[in-house]
Design a protein around this ligand. Structure first.
Ligand code: MG
Length: 246
């Protein structure tokens, strides 16, 4: 091996080591866990990944809760009061967590980032209410340094930055270039890996602009390695235990 090859290998190893793993909806692919449950967050903490992602929605009476889909069983969350929603159980029998409960558990281990996805709501006003309530809760629990915010809603991303310029915000919808994100003062992207395959220059461009780069939901080792070799900063996955040491 000549000197240049050795240097390149070393640089690749150092660079690759920086790909951070985020457990998508917690690390739930274990016995007795469920997506977006407190136990899935606990598992991510025990796995010692970079971050644990979860989805936030708001009930009709304004409670922020953790759930991915708009409906839970037959209940439409945004059209139901918390008193009804809380009677539902997750697949493993756990209760649906509130944002407050989830953050409190997350705060027990400051080494695992809390990646808060605020789901789009039906109106701009509802999205603003969600943003205000989420920021208030994070601030009250003094967890700002441990949290990052992500959303498919550009409105939500902008509202977070408007209210707290120091909040770390990443946009998910895949339709804005790195240059456009910089103009909007958004800190980075979390795009579907197919978006990044279609736009192969975006990871490098984003990094040159100082943006955070993330991709979801990467559950295939070959796609993971492809993105890692492109220098991506973060990966969001349902199999954090399998990707963590690659
Ligand atoms: Mg999510």
């Amino acid at each position: 091996m000549n000197k240049l090859s050795a240097m390149l290998l070393f640089a690749t190893a150092v660079f690759s080591a920086q790909t951070k793993i985020i457990a998508h909806r917690g690390f739930w692919k274990t016995e007795n866990s469920a997506q977006n449950s407190i136990s899935s967050l606990q598992n991510a903490q025990e796995l010692k990944v970079y971050g644990s992602e979860f989805d936030v929605r708001m009930t009709k009476d304004g409670k922020l809760i953790i759930n991915h889909d708009e409906k839970f069983n037959s209940l439409e969350i945004s059209e139901s009061d918390w008193s009804e929603v809380k009677k539902q159980k997750l697949q493993n029998g756990e209760k649906i967590p509130t944002l407050k409960q989830y953050l409190k558990h997350g705060g027990k281990d400051s080494s695992v980032k809390l990646i808060i996805e605020l789901k789009p709501a039906k109106t701009l006003d509802l999205e603003i209410e969600m943003v205000e309530k989420a920021l208030k809760e994070v601030k009250r629990l003094e967890l700002f340094g441990q949290c990052e915010f992500i959303s498919f809603s550009l409105n939500i991303c902008k509202e977070i930055k408007k209210r707290n310029g120091e909040a770390v915000v990443q946009y998910l919808n895949g339709d804005l270039s790195p240059q456009e994100l910089v103009k909007l003062d958004i800190d980075g992207f979390g795009y579907h890996y197919k978006v990044l395959q279609k736009n192969p220059t975006w990871i490098q461009e984003a990094q040159n602009l100082g943006l955070i780069t993330n991709s979801w939901t990467v559950n295939d080792i070959n796609i993971f390695l492809e993105l890692k070799n492109s220098g991506i900063g973060h990966i969001t996955t349902d199999i954090p235990h399998l990707l963590k040491n690659n």
